[in-house]
Design a protein around this ligand. Structure first.
Ligand code: NAD
Length: 416
């Protein structure tokens, strides 16, 4: 087993990128161009809180690469959002948009805050201030934010409205908006739907039915809850779900419709009747067929990879598995299906939303879902075939495809 040290999130993405460059024999000069983010912006956002006092928040927008199109990536509101993580997520977006072949580059934003403790007014003021602070670098043809952890369609509505004050009506400046404001039908469900599409296709290829397969999901927010809601009717037995407040386990399978109702009433999966309690640590180490991390990055790491007892990890979150853990899991025969592919449904429908905004022509839900499925299945097939051809893991195959496309776009435009 290769010795791989534990890395920061940006080091980890760079490590995967460098290894792809080694395999593809990319020159050192071009590597440097791609590896280094194009722009990193740090802003302060003072907000008058409900208690009358001013609090200063720190936000970031990192634009990693735009060789294949405008920068694209979510905005995260989280107490631990820091520049290293935002850089990592921005780089992942560059490779993700390339893997699924949509004409965007990669970016990400983050604000250090705890949205669960803030009122709607405070969140609105924070979002307006952050939008003003980055408004000169975003735009429908420059950089297009979207929701991520801690943000949602409402956040995007506030961003769009604040941007419009200086730049005029520009719905294409953000995606993941409410449908009433130009958002796409199907965007909210898209990442979870994509997780289910890829999982079902994988099961088919492996000759293992999804019906009856046991699944554990960490995170029951946008991605985790929709992944559960799509996997459940496909016959998957979802045995455990956790969120930041707790977790639930039922070895006979949780009733996801009833669990969703419980979450909308109480704000957490914790306390759901007809289930035992399970913690996050135990969930990651639960014996099951498929583990779906759908919350934070780095949750499967050197410390717990040897204890993971799932056969397959479907990476719905961004970089949930560190390179050190990846090496341990590979050695133990645990299959990892990479984030670049698994959670690309969100950015794919974001692309459809942007296209609808630019054309001022909304699509119906049937078109959104069928085109999403087409894009994801094509990307899945490319990764699957490339893994066999190059004799590499799915993660390495996804990086090979992505890096090849980004490097080609840079070279075609001419090196400095
Ligand atoms: P969200 O804020 O809607 O939900 C996050 C969930 O994770 C919540 O259930 C929360 O309780 C849980 N959580 C937070 N901290 C936790 C902890 N310490 N332990 C266990 N659970 C915890 O976020 P989301 O949009 O669902 O994003 C989840 C992941 O998916 C992130 O890694 C994000 O980058 C990635 N992702 C999201 C999208 C999207 O379209 N929203 C697209 C691609 C990737």
């Amino acid at each position: 087993m290769p010795i791989v040290k534990e890395m920061t999130p940006f080091e980890a993405v760079t490590y995967e990128f460098d290894r792809a460059c080694d395999r593809l024999k990319v020159s050192d000069e071009v590597r440097d161009i791609v590896r280094t983010p194009d722009r990193e912006v740090r802003v302060e956002v003072p907000v008058r809180m409900d208690n009358g006092k001013i609090k200063v928040f720190i936000g970031y927008r990192v634009q990693h690469n735009s060789s294949r199109g405008p920068y694209k990536g979510g905005i995260r509101y989280h107490p631990e959002a820091d520049v290293d993580e935002v850089k990592a997520l921005a780089a992942l977006m560059t490779y993700k948009t390339a893997v699924v072949g949509i004409p965007f580059g990669g970016a990400k934003g983050g604000v250090q805050c705890d949205p669960s403790t803030m009122s709607a007014r405070e969140l609105q003021k924070l979002t307006q201030g952050f939008t003003r602070a980055i408004s000169y670098i975003i735009g429908p043809d420059r950089d297009i934010p979207a929701p991520d952890m801690g943000t949602n369609a409402q956040t995007m509505a506030w961003m769009m409205s604040e941007y419009a004050k200086a730049h005029g009506y520009s719905p294409g400046v953000v995606t993941g908006k409410p449908v009433e404001l130009g958002g796409s039908l199907g965007r909210e469900q898209a990442t979870g739907r994509g997780v289910a599409i890829i999982t079902a296709e994988l099961a088919k290829d492996m000759g293992k039915p999804l019906r009856g397969a046991t699944v554990a999901i960490q995170g029951f927010g946008n991605v985790g809850s929709w992944a559960a809601k799509f996997l459940y009717p496909m016959g998957a037995k979802i045995v455990a779900v956790t969120d930041v407040k707790g977790g639930v386990l039922n070895e006979n399978g949780l009733d996801i419709d009833a669990l969703s109702k419980h979450v909308s009433q109480t704000g957490s999966v914790a306390g759901f009747a007809d289930a035992d309690h399970i913690g996050n640590k135990e969930l990651l180490e639960l014996p099951c067929d498929i583990l779906v991390p759908a919350a934070l990055g780095g949750v499967i790491n050197r410390g717990n990879a040897a204890n993971v007892r799932a056969k397959i990890i479907v990476e719905a979150a961004n970089h949930p598995v560190t390179p050190a853990a990846d090496a341990i899991l590979k050695d133990r025969g645990v299959l990892c299906v990479p984030d670049l592919l698994v959670n690309a449904g969100g950015v794919t429908v974001s692309y459809f939303e942007w296209a609808q905004n630019v054309q001022r022509f909304p699509w119906d839900l049937g078109r959104v879902n069928s085109e999403l499925e087409e894009v994801l299945l094509k990307a899945y097939k490319n990764v699957y075939v490339r893994a066999k051809l190059d004799r590499v893991s799915y993660r390495e195959a996804a990086f090979n495809i992505a890096v090849e496309r980004v490097v080609r776009a840079i070279e075609l435009q001419g090196l400095p």
